[in-house]
Design a protein around this ligand. Structure first.
Ligand code: SF4
Ligand code: SF4
Length: 282
């Protein structure tokens, strides 16, 4: 089963839920936690441990200026605008390149060959018994998050239980993480922004056909609008986490709530049971 923990907006407690869920389940079975928030991964803060890393490579064109006639074919063919051909030179913008290899195919002079470029890395650790943490990391000034996410997820494939900490928002990185998942837990907070972004994020899961439920974090009993939305959209509320000083202190100091407050363990186990029983989960 691949279960994604997502949120429309950042800062709702998505990583707190994903990390505690993974830790609690790891005491009973083998779990892989994949941090897909590759622009700002932070699940490792809850699980300090020695890591091994592997680079994430992408293909980019290399230009042989001695062969290039500046015909313009490569620039015209690149739909991502990564190549601009001037009268006397070719300008290449690596961050915009998707590595499709099209420019190499259309060059009549054989002046382009594809080479590898590192855009990030994937880190691996086993911070506690039963738990493997896989962290995707996109290098600074790079933009190809989906490529790093795809690679991090590929390392987790084949495992029985994979929990993914998704990037915030509703753009391509979230779609990459959600696509093909068995279920999704949206973590939201009872604020107007939380409500607005939950609507958008739930729409993405709906389009992708991923069964979803909601965790309301920092509840002070004032989440009527979120409950109404969940009712209207047929989104089960799987768990409510109270606005609590102890929980905030644990999260801020990199401690798992389920380690600090043992009573929370049962609640996270119930969360998993409820998410597994969402209508449509295989
Ligand atoms: S490999 Fe594809 S995306 Fe990259 S520069 Fe060439 S045509 Fe553009
Ligand atoms: S297609 Fe080849 S020859 Fe034409 S501009 Fe590009 S690199 Fe130069």
């Amino acid at each position: 089963m691949r279960l994604v923990v997502a949120s429309g907006k950042g800062g709702t407690g998505k990583t707190l839920v994903a990390s505690n869920l993974a830790a609690v389940l790891a005491s009973e079975r083998e779990v892989v936690l994949v941090d897909c928030d590759v622009e700002e991964p932070n699940a490792h803060l809850f699980f300090p441990s020695e890591e091994k890393t592997l680079p994430v490579l992408t293909d980019v064109p290399a230009f042989d200026n001695s062969r290039c006639t500046h015909c313009g074919n490569c620039g015209d063919s690149c739909q991502f605008g990564a190549i601009v051909v001037l009268k006397d030179r070719v300008l290449f913008f690596p961050a915009m390149c998707h590595g499709c290899g099209g420019c190499e195919l259309v060059c009549p002079e054989g002046a382009i060959t594809m080479e590898k470029r590192s855009i990030g890395h994937v880190a691996f650790s086993t911070p506690r018994s039963g738990l493997v943490l896989i962290t995707g990391v996109l290098h600074e000034r790079e933009v190809m998050s989906p490529h790093v996410i795809r690679e991090a997820l590929a390392y987790a494939s084949g495992h029985d239980l994979v929990i993914c900490d998704a990037p915030p928002g509703t753009a391509c990185p979230v779609v990459e993480t959600l696509e093909g998942a068995d279920a999704c837990i949206f973590v939201t907070e009872p604020t107007p922004f939380g409500l607005h972004d939950l609507i958008l994020a739930a729409g993405v899961a709906e389009v992708l056909g991923v069964p979803s439920g909601v965790v309301i974090n920092r509840s002070m009993g004032d989440e009527g609008s979120i409950r109404n939305l969940c009712r209207a959209r047929n989104l089960p509320i799987l768990m409510t986490i109270p606005f609590d000083r102890g929980i905030a202190e644990a999260a801020n100091s990199g401690q798992l709530v389920t380690d600090r407050m043992p009573g929370m363990k049962d609640q996270f186990l119930k969360l998993f049971t409820r998410a597994s029983a969402l209508p449509g989960v295989r």
